[in-house]
Design a protein around this ligand. Structure first.
Ligand SMILES: NC(=O)c1ccc[n+]([C@@H]2O[C@H](COP(=O)([O-])OP(=O)(O)OC[C@H]3O[C@@H](n4cnc5c(N)ncnc54)[C@H](O)[C@@H]3O)[C@@H](O)[C@H]2O)c1
Length: 250
């Protein structure tokens, strides 16, 4: 079986769906993984070369079943994109343990569980892992105690994976998207936040799902065969410009 494959979590919409389409365009078969069965079935039904797998990535039993089914359906696993994520913003004082766990269980536990469950198949194929973090994992900000901390954890987890799995020929890299107008972002971005992002981003705009997907697909490809343990911000320059004091602009 020579056709390359990929597993994308959170594939039913947003960045995961765009990444699925980019993988399909380069001839890969894709396992689309999501916990939202309705939209997953709808989107998978519109595409050839995909298999839809219902799974809550925060549930160890679900993940074990998903990994088994994905390997059975695809035959080999050349890439795993841990993209499923949730955002819940609020001040530290208002972040109760339920909110903390809701965010951590998908954003960080999910990456750990899916990667571990698929590690044997990734080693067999000398595949690649790409974990989706966020600029919120690179720079602290208000309201993101759970979200930002979960994403900082994803960045370090990626480096742990690169350190341990390099000897098996498995690469692990991390993509930190800047703001993209997906359902996740629009639920927590007010107009004020949108305007502030435009102001703080050198390219003066939000990114698109495809622009993030292109970086993910590159890192999974043979073109990135000597790249592992890296953190790539696809963010219009937000991370590189530090505080970016408006008073220092010409
Ligand atoms: N949109 C942004 O501005 C932005 C910025 C930085 C990082 N990100 C990250 O990009 C990733 C994709 O986000 P998006 O903006 O495309 O969001 P989205 O809400 O459009 O899509 C997320 C998908 O993940 C699925 N999902 C959520 N929790 C799940 C779980 N426990 N198990 C299985 N599936 C689950 C949802 O059903 C949905 O289909 C996330 O990890 C997010 O944190 C997004």
């Amino acid at each position: 079986m020579t056709q390359k494959t990929a597993i994308v979590t959170g594939a039913a919409r947003g960045i995961g769906l765009a990444t699925t389409d980019l993988f399909l365009a380069e001839g890969r078969r894709v396992a689309m993984v999501d916990r939202d069965s309705d939209i997953l079935a709808e989107e998978a039904g519109k595409r050839d070369g995909v298999v839809a797998l219902h799974c809550d990535v925060s549930d160890p039993d679900d993940v074990a079943k998903m990994a088994e089914d994905a390997v059975a359906e695809l035959g080999r696993v050349d890439a795993l994109v841990n993209n499923a994520g949730v955002a819940d913003f609020g001040p530290i004082d208002d972040c109760d343990f339920a909110m903390w766990r809701r965010v951590m269980s998908t954003n960080l536990d999910g990456v750990f569980l899916c990667s571990q469950a698929l590690a044997p198949a990734l080693k067999a194929a000398q595949g690649a892992v790409v974990n989706i973090a966020s600029i919120s994992g690179l720079r602290a900000s208000t309201l993101r105690v759970a979200y930002g901390t979960s994403k900082a954890g994803v960045i370090h987890l990626t480096q742990q994976q690169a350190a341990e799995w390099g000897e098996f020929g498995v690469r692990a890299n991390c993509v930190c998207p800047g703001p993209v107008r997906t359902k996740l972002a629009m639920a927590v971005h007010t107009q004020e936040i949108i305007d502030a992002y435009h102001d703080a981003i050198p390219l003066n705009r939000y990114g698109s799902e495809q622009e993030i997907g292109e970086v993910i697909v590159f890192l999974c490809s043979d073109k990135a065969s000597y790249v592992t343990g890296q953190v790539v911000a696809a963010d219009g320059g937000f991370q590189s410009t530090g505080v970016g004091l408006p008073a220092l602009r010409s």
